[in-house]
Design a binder for this molecule. Structure first.
Ligand SMILES: Cc1cc2nc3c(=O)[nH]c(=O)nc-3n(C[C@H](O)[C@H](O)[C@H](O)COP(=O)(O)OP(=O)(O)OC[C@H]3O[C@@H](n4cnc5c(N)ncnc54)[C@H](O)[C@@H]3O)c2cc1C
Length: 343
């Protein structure tokens, strides 16, 4: 087999709270996992949508912030040394004999015995502009993320958005670009008040321009995008010259490639049984928000329970001759060994 293919027992698709806890439950069974997430950070919805909001229904923890839950899970799973492959989407899951070929958008390839789908409501994708034909300029003069700020040095740019990403890039890029216009749809900003204050100060100092309105058209030349038309709240049209357009309208979940893997779907979720949380394809399990079964509730604690039973099922698949016995973490020397704690 090609040496660049990672051979493993388990690949987890999604590093949300349920995917992270899947690492733990697999670890207790002695199974090491690789975890892939299209996001650059772990934590799924908790990290992306509400890191600083309190959660009150994690058993045994009266209240904690969503990011705290993610941090605690990372600490809890540390003994199991899962390998993380972040910032890459799993695009292919293909059964081969009794195993699976898994591939990501970054070209990482696995041959794995089991797959755990913990993709939540799908992989988060940037909200894209919908003006006709503009997608052809993506990664040329239209950007949804900044890979290298130096690429914009000396250029005229327009930044679209009103959240932290838009404001952070305004503040970081303003000193190096030749001109900068920030376009936001509303008067109010979602970003940190301190960043809004700094941006307004730059506008007052004449170092950049702020426009409130919608981008309703764009112009191009041989080089790519050369300008946009902004329709302001009063209905006036303003033309803005720009060589690069940076759009930060947040991220939206999309089921994406998971829909193409031959799984038995129920709208945007994957049907599973409630014994093993296995899909219609033996060896592929689905846990957390992505699965469906009668009575399913999209709660973190449900996903934790599902992860435990899916791990037992995987253990029996990997070692069919042995029964996976329940062992308490409190008292089992084997569990202690796997957790790396002293007896
Ligand atoms: C504002 C808000 C408040 C909430 N409050 C609570 C609460 O108080 N209590 C509670 O129990 N629940 C709460 N929830 C719901 C809870 O956050 C979800 O149930 C939980 O995040 C589901 O976890 P998950 O791991 O299944 O999926 P997610 O958290 O959605 O994570 C899935 C991950 O999979 C990744 N992914 C998907 N497809 C792919 C792919 N093809 N390749 C690579 N990566 C992929 C995504 O990028 C994402 O990071 C709340 C949700 C919101 C939005």
């Amino acid at each position: 087999m090609n040496s660049s293919i990672i051979e493993t027992d388990a690949v987890i698709v999604g590093a949300g709270p349920c995917g992270l806890f899947q690492v733990f439950e697999l670890g207790l069974q002695g199974i090491k996992a690789h975890v892939v997430d299209s996001m650059r950070v772990v934590g799924g919805q908790c990290a992306e949508l509400y890191p600083d909001k309190p959660i009150y229904d994690i058993p045994g923890i009266p209240v904690l912030m969503a990011q705290e839950l993610v941090d605690n899970l990372m600490e809890q799973i540390a003994p199991f040394e899962a390998e993380f492959h972040l910032g890459q989407e799993v695009t292919v899951v293909k059964p081969v004999d009794d195993e699976f070929d898994v591939e990501t958008s970054a070209g990482t390839r696995f041959r794995t015995k089991t797959v755990f789908l913990a993709g939540g409501v799908g992989s988060f994708q940037p909200r894209r502009m919908r003006l006709e034909g503009i997608e052809a300029y993506e990664d040329k003069s239209l950007f949804y993320k900044v890979r290298d700020p130096k690429a914009f040095e000396g250029k005229s740019i327009a930044i679209l958005g009103g959240g932290d990403s838009a404001l952070d890039w305004v503040l970081e890029l303003e000193p190096i670009v030749s001109s900068l216009t920030l376009v936001h749809r509303r008067v109010d900003y979602r970003g940190a008040p301190a960043s809004v204050g700094k941006m307004k100060a730059l506008v007052e100092a004449g170092k950049m321009r702020e426009l409130i309105g919608k981008v309703t058209d764009y112009r191009t030349n041989d080089e790519g995008i050369s300008g946009i038309t902004v329709t302001t709240l009063d209905g006036d049209e303003e033309d803005v010259d720009c060589e690069a357009l940076l759009v930060f309208w947040g991220l939206a979940p999309k089921l994406g490639p998971i829909a193409e893997w031959g799984l038995d779907l129920n709208r945007k979720t994957v049907n599973v049984d409630t014994e093993k949380f296995e899909t219609n394809i033996p060896g592929i399990y689905a846990i957390g928000d992505i699965n469906y079964y009668p009575g399913k509730k999209k709660l973190i604690l449900s996903g934790f329970h599902e992860a435990a039973l899916a791990a037992f099922a995987a253990k029996e698949r990997l070692e069919p001759d042995k029964k996976a016995h329940l062992q308490y973490t409190t008292t089992s020397p084997l569990m202690h060994k796997r957790l790396g704690v002293e007896d």
